[in-house]
Design a protein around this ligand. Structure first.
Ligand code: HEM
Length: 502
């Protein structure tokens, strides 16, 4: 009897299904490394079932595992480790830094969007870019520049928008407003240009379109990490289909916009001597237009999505924790009283530093809702992690900041509660241990914009809370759903009604 191709396929499918039944029968679905590993398909079936709730699913797996580190395997020889263990985090981000670069997979998936920007490079090129940028981040002038820009954006844009919404009883999406705020702010810092995304006066160019394209490019690029079959994106890209077609279009809008700005700046350079991040990189005439563009894009990404994500979750947490809001207001009142400042005058840098309770409230909010919830590295050569887990060459390893904020063995039984007090010692906000709290990353690649982010976030909260209260229009007692892009965003935004305080 001749066996047709169709019968062969049927036989093969039957064989695979039987194998799975056998597997279940014998209880072989190994739970010893946290994820269920099926023959042939590895962890893929579970991943597909839980992809829509990836963060909570993986958090549960890690917290149930004795070492808080789990191994997974997927078809296509993809092996990986995911961890919420501070010792492992320290090992990969600091002690064995050289063995855990970003790696080819990460860099390839983000290359179309981020090019050779600081987020997407390793080795010597990264070191050079980091050095140039960190010099700029350390200067006092940058701090002043940020403060000034935050003040202008607050006074001429955000506050009038909130006043208007309060008077006209309009619903606002806080997340959208904060993203626009951060976008304007980072464009000013990165290339001294005001895209005017938040509206109000001073709209220079069509920054709205750029911002929309930027958001789409971010979401679609991060979507490449979630494909069941990793090479599928490459096929779609080759034939310019679906999401890959959209990605190409949005990236080209972003590039066009960034190129225009850089070209204008190069032309103006002879007359003006602007001091900003872009000008520092432009000092080296060997840096091509493309390279400058990549730098600009990486910095916009860093500045736009992180602080807005952090503050959206913060304002939502405040809406369900009125006692925290009262304490923040009390602290602000005390600082005003001490310095003889009236409401409406913006806080200066030293006053922002005095806001210990506010600092603790923001830290605590990012513990539960870290703007970068998961971050991934690659392994250069076989290694044994500090908790005994084996990791092979070319495997990838993710540290799960979102899960780490929910680990009882790190934060105690009340780890899921929002309690800024856990950060306060003798009235002062404690420093975070970057390996237990890698919200800003840790080790040599630690976030460069941490201080800038705090200036921005504390200024916004202090200025807004003193004058306005938000009534969040979401189902009471229910946590907003999140969208997993490169950062943790709220699905559908954070709709609020704004009330002016007396
Ligand atoms: C709440 C706000 C922020 C959080 C939570 C945050 C978090 C992070 C994290 C987790 C990384 C590591 C990402 C990676 O592995 O590539 C990072 C890197 C970085 N961040 Fe931030 N960030 C914030 C705000 C900012 C701001 C406002 C800037 C300034 C523009 C900035 C600039 C950078 C840069 C340049 C890097 C790359 C460092 C390197 O690879 O050497 N960040 N940040």
């Amino acid at each position: 009897m001749e066996v047709t191709a169709f019968q062969t396929v049927l036989l093969f499918i039957f064989f695979i299904i039987s194998l799975h039944f056998l597997y279940f029968f014998l209880h072989l679905n190994t739970k010893n490394n946290g994820f269920k590993n099926y023959p042939f398909f590895g962890t893929l079936p579970d991943f597909l079932l839980n992809r829509h709730r990836f963060l909570d699913w993986s958090t549960q797996i890690l917290s149930n595992h004795p070492t808080n580190t789990a191994v997974f395997h997927r078809p296509g020889k993809i092996h990986g480790v995911i961890t919420s263990n501070p010792l492992v985090v320290q090992h990969i981000l600091k002690t064995q830094f050289e063995n855990y670069p970003k790696g080819t997979r990460f860099i390839t998936l983000l290359k179309d969007f981020l090019g050779n920007g600081i987020f997407n490079i390793d080795g010597e090129p990264w070191k050079i870019q980091r050095k140039t940028a960190s010099y700029e981040f350390n200067t006092k002038s940058l701090r002043n520049f940020v403060m000034e820009n935050v003040f202008v954006e607050l006074k001429t844009r955000l506050i009038p928008i909130l006043e208007n919404a309060a008077r006209n009883n309009r619903v606002l999406d806080v997340q959208d407003i904060l993203e626009r705020f951060a976008f304007d702010n980072i464009c000013k810092v990165a290339f001294n240009l005001d895209p005017g995304c938040l509206g109000g006066d001073g709209i220079v160019i069509n920054g709205g379109e750029f911002m929309k394209a930027f958001e789409e490019a971010t979401n679609l690029s991060s979507g490449r990490f979630m494909y069941a079959f990793p090479k599928l994106y490459a096929v779609k890209k080759l034939f310019n289909l679906g999401t890959e077609k959209r990605l190409k279009n949005s990236v080209s809008t972003v590039h066009e916009f960034a190129d225009k700005i850089i070209k204008t700046r190069i032309e103006e350079r002879v007359e003006k001597k602007d001091e900003d991040l872009l000008s520092r990189f432009m000092e080296n005439s060997e840096n091509s237009l493309e390279f400058l563009r990549d730098i600009v894009i990486s910095f916009i990404l860093a500045g736009r999505d992180t602080t807005s994500s952090a503050l959206s979750w913060f304002f939502w947490l405040l809406s369900v924790s009125p006692n925290v809001e009262i304490k923040i207001l009390k602290e602000l009142q005390e600082i005003r009283g001490k310095n003889g400042k009236s409401i409406g005058e913006v806080f200066d840098f030293d006053e922002l530093r005095e806001m210990n309770y506010l600092q603790a409230s923001i830290l605590e909010s990012m513990r539960l809702y870290p703007p970068v919830p998961v971050d991934t590295k690659a392994c250069n050569k076989d290694d044994i992690l500090p908790d005994g887990t084996f990791i092979g060459k070319d495997w990838f390893i993710s540290y799960h900041t979102y899960a780490m904020g929910r680990m009882k063995n790190i934060w105690g039984e009340d780890c899921c509660e929002y309690k800024p007090e856990r950060w306060i010692e003798n009235g002062i906000c404690k420093h975070e241990d970057p390996f237990k709290y890698p919200v800003f990353h840790a080790g040599p690649r630690m976030c460069l914009g941490k201080e800038m982010a705090y200036i921005q976030m504390k200024s916004i909260v202090a200025c807004v809370l003193e004058r306005f209260g938000f009534e969040v229009l979401l189902e009471k007692g229910k946590c907003p759903e999140h969208l997993l892009s490169l950062t943790l965003r709220m699905k559908g935004g954070l709709p609020v009604k704004v009330k002016e305080r007396n």
